[in-house]
Design a protein around this ligand. Structure first.
Ligand code: EPZ
Length: 431
């Protein structure tokens, strides 16, 4: 089994380049299906979640050519089937975007649903299905396959009870070629929603309002191919920001959109960390133990839930008592047990973690419970004195491109080591 081995306690120095956004890529790749044409997508992160999505498109009949590791040419002219079996979807949570994309192109999609979530709670898709129904699709569950079918898709007003990234994406995909006007109310505002809207518009769609609560999609007859470059990954950038704050040092994070990182910048500054914003880079300077703060994970522009485990880990090493609340997902504090084994003092009460900062974490064998919990374990390992060994690192590699090389470039003593005598574990669903 492959593991990360970190000798912690060293400051971070140097520069790191942020890759393209995972959660934009896993929406934009299936969106190419709508074009029925050739799209060139640049700044694609070379990570497992993307590789899984690309493999699904190839299995569907798309011709995919890697121009280089981060640029893909996807030709969806010859996709013939709207049926996606479980064998193709089981490794990718975001394969639910195939429902919206196929429904949008063929008025028919039959897609096996990926399993449960990798951070413990339920991940329902009822908003997605209600939205498709509002556009005129008949929905049924056929032995684990969601079947969505319409004579014609017709625009409608769709209100979400709770902000949902996935449902907003799926309705945008299904509605771009529907008849008339679709209005999504209480839409998600995450940077990857805006990125998807920009991509759809470049293909000839008419989407306005992305980045606000109300997105309007005027259906168009046809779309066409285009060349598009994906935005930098907000969460990868945030992870390096918090890593430098926690392990201390002075680093420059390049290829970022500082506006997307404002909630993280604000919280780090509140804890006494210096964050200097440039046009497309951020410098983080941390020389002494940070202070405490209160953090509430919320949809964008609030503090991202996908940064909650990393921030909690940082606060576990800060002065004073901090409270971190995650109202987006139930049960996203599973990883806290690992931190406690490393000497952290954290109590979970419902959706809140009450953190009493300790001076030092100590090394221990730990595991990555999911992608962002795994990122938090990396940060814990960087802060701890001694050798930390992290298991189940495939979760981390799902979402962080060249993580070992990037951290080594910042001076972190990290290695990926294959421990051959242990049986490989099954791979969980991606998120
Ligand atoms: C996206 O998941 C991200 N994944 C997640 O990132 C992220 O944690 C999440 O948004 C929240 O920001 C991708 O973009 C691929 P949601 P998604 O629909 O779309 C409830 C990572 O680490 N809900 O916004 O699945 C749901 O239970 C991953 O990169 C319903 O009740 O999340 C949750 O409480 C993990 N019914 C809330 O809404 C629905 O039909 C937000 O979920 C849909 C969602």
């Amino acid at each position: 089994m492959e593991k990360f081995v970190i000798n912690g306690g060293k400051e971070l120095h140097g520069e790191v380049e942020i890759s393209g956004a995972k959660n934009a890529a896993v929406a934009i790749i299936p969106a190419t299906i709508l074009a029925g044409d050739v799209c060139r997508i640049e700044n694609i992160p070379d990570i497992r979640d993307v590789q899984v999505m690309v493999k699904i498109l190839i299995d569907m009949g798309a011709a995919v050519r890697y121009i280089n590791l981060n640029t893909l040419e996807i030709d969806t002219r010859h996709i013939t089937s709207y049926v996606i079996p479980y064998e193709m979807t089981k490794y990718s949570r975001s394969s639910y975007y195939l429902l919206g994309a196929l429904l949008g192109r063929y008025n028919h999609a039959k897609v096996a649903m990926p399993g449960g979530c990798n951070f413990g709670g339920v991940r329902p898709i009822d908003f997605h299905l209600k939205g498709f129904a509002k556009l005129g699709a008949a929905i049924s569950n056929d032995n684990g396959m969601i079947n969505a079918e319409a004579e014609t898709l017709t625009g409608n007003v769709i209100y979400f009870d709770k902000v949902s990234v996935g449902a907003t994406v799926n309705i945008m995909l299904a509605a771009v070629k529907a008849k008339g006007l679709t209005i999504i109310e209480n839409a998600a505002k995450e940077p990857h929603i805006v990125d998807l809207a920009n991509f759809l518009n470049l293909m000839g769609a008419n989407v306005t309002g992305a980045g606000t609560d109300v997105i309007k999609i005027r259906g168009v007859e046809a779309l066409h191919g285009c060349t598009y470059s994906i935005i930098p990954d907000q969460i990868e950038a945030g992870t390096y920001m918090v890593a430098a704050a926690a392990a201390k040092g002075d680093i420059l994070i390049k290829n970022v959109i500082p506006k997307h990182l404002e909630s993280i910048t604000a919280k780090l500054r509140e804890c006494g960390i210096t964050v200097i914003e440039n046009d497309d880079s951020l410098r983080i300077i941390s020389h002494s133990r940070g202070g405490s703060c209160k953090v509430t994970a919320m949809p964008h522009p609030g503090f991202p839930t996908d940064m909650q485990p990393q921030m909690t880990t940082f606060l576990a090493t800060c002065n004073g008592t901090s409270i971190v609340t995650d109202g987006v997902w139930d049960n996203r504090f599973r990883y806290v047990d690992q931190l406690i084994r490393m000497g952290a003092s954290i109590q979970i009460e419902g959706k809140a973690a009450i953190i009493t900062g300790v001076e030092k974490l100590h090394a221990a064998p730990i595991k990555a419970d999911d992608l962002r919990a795994g990122a938090a374990m990396l940060i814990a390992g960087m802060c701890a004195e001694g050798e930390t060994v992290i298991e189940d690192i495939y979760h981390i590699e799902r979402g962080y491109e060249k993580v070992v090389e990037k951290l080594q470039g910042l001076g972190v003593d990290i290695k990926k080591i294959n421990f051959p005598d242990e049986a490989p574990k099954a791979v969980n669903n991606a998120g």
